[in-house]
Write a new protein. Structure first.
Length: 247
C-alpha cells in the first residue's frame, strides 16, 4: 500500500496534478498519522519558538479537518483547517528533511527549524546544510545558473565546481562535481577521491558501490547529525534526505 501511495504521488507530480484535484475530507486517523512526524515545537531561524503542533491542535487552535494531505511517508505537504478565535482558518504545511535537519514551511512563506539552533556535521568551504539562502548569497554571491530539481532549486557555481540545492529558503544539498576544486571541510575529500577513502573518512560500514550512469536511484549513506552522502556519476552530494524519492 505504501508503495502504491508513493507511486501515485510521483505520478501526480510528473503530470503536474495537485492532490487537491482529488480532494476529499480526511479522517481524524489520517490527520493524526500525517501529524505524527511533525509533533512538538518548531523554531524561527533566529532560534525563537514559533509553533507547537499537537495531536489535535496547532498553537492551541483545534484542528477541524483537512481535504489535502500528501499521504506519502514521510509526510510532505498538506492543508489543515483550524479553529482560530471561533473562525475556520486554513494553514498550509510542508515538511522536508529529517531529524535535526527537519524543516517546516508554513503557508508557503515562512520556514521553521526543528531545533532552536542550527546544527551541521559536514561543510564545504564553510557552506553547510541548514544555512539560509541569505547566508549562501553572502558567502558565494549569485549563482551562475538556477534550475528546478525534484521540488528544490539547484544553484550552480561552476568556478567552484559546486552545486547548491535549496528548498524553502534552506540549503538542503551540496554537490561537489568531479574535476572541481571544492572539498569537504571535515574530511578534505573531493568528488574525485576514491569510495574507499570516503568509507574510511566517515566510518561507513561498507565501501559504497560505484555509481552507474543509467541508475534509477542512488544509495544514501549516513555520516552524522542526520546528514547523508550520495555518490552519483558526476558528483558527490551531501544531503538532508535519506531517500532517493526526495533527492
Amino acid at each position: 500500500m505504501k508503495k502504491l501511495l508513493v507511486c501515485m504521488s510521483l505520478l501526480l507530480a510528473v503530470l503536474g496534478i495537485s492532490g487537491n484535484a482529488f480532494a476529499q475530507e480526511m479522517t481524524a486517523a489520517d490527520i493524526q498519522r500525517w501529524l505524527e512526524p511533525v509533533l512538538g515545537d518548531w523554531y524561527h531561524l533566529d532560534g525563537g519558538l514559533a509553533m507547537t503542533i499537537g495531536k489535535d491542535r496547532i498553537d492551541g487552535c483545534r484542528i477541524l479537518g483537512s481535504t489535502g494531505l500528501g499521504m506519502v511517508e514521510p509526510p510532505t505537504s498538506g492543508t489543515l483547517r483550524v479553529d482560530k478565535d471561533g473562525a475556520s482558518r486554513q494553514i498550509q504545511l510542508e515538511v522536508f528533511g529529517e531529524g535535526v535537519h527537519q524543516y517546516l514551511r508554513v503557508d508557503g512563506a515562512q520556514t521553521l527549524r526543528r531545533v532552536p539552533q542550527e546544527v551541521h556535521f559536514e561543510s564545504v568551504q564553510g557552506l553547510y546544510l541548514g544555512m539560509t539562502r541569505e547566508q549562501l548569497l553572502q558567502a558565494c554571491g549569485n549563482p551562475g545558473s538556477k534550475e528546478a530539481a525534484k521540488g528544490q532549486v539547484l544553484w550552480q557555481y561552476p568556478a567552484r565546481g559546486l552545486g547548491v540545492l535549496l528548498k524553502g529558503n534552506i540549503v538542503t544539498g551540496l554537490r561537489l562535481y568531479r574535476n572541481g576544486a571544492s572539498r569537504f571541510d571535515r574530511s578534505g575529500l573531493g568528488a574525485d577521491a576514491s569510495l574507499a577513502d570516503y568509507a574510511q573518512a566517515y566510518g561507513l560500514t561498507a565501501v559504497p558501490k560505484e555509481p552507474v550512469s543509467d541508475a534509477r536511484f542512488f544509495s544514501h549513506y549516513a555520516i552524522g547529525q542526520d546528514e547523508y552522502l550520495v555518490f552519483k556519476p558526476d558528483c558527490v552530494q551531501l544531503s538532508v534526505y535519506s531517500s532517493w524519492l526526495f533527492d
